[in-house]
Design a protein around this ligand. Sequence first.
Ligand SMILES: [Zn+2]
Length: 79
Amino acid sequence: MNKCTLCHKGQYLNEQVVFSSRRGDQLVVVEGVPALVCDVCGDRVITEETAREIERVATGSPVDSVPLYRFPQLDFVHS
Ligand SMILES: [Zn+2]
């Protein structure tokens, strides 16, 4: 198994993730995307092939309309 290149502690495990990206002003969400996910820091790695497949899938018809929520802008002071 590959060691995580980000935290150098975890290992990448095969998982299915929800992948979201922005295409212009549209949000594209693809679920069931095979990815390697670090079991410590959660870094996600997808192969070039998978990225291409996401591109291909995202040009088709969506299987569902996703409710999109925006987290409110709170006046937290990060110290
Ligand atoms: Zn990691």
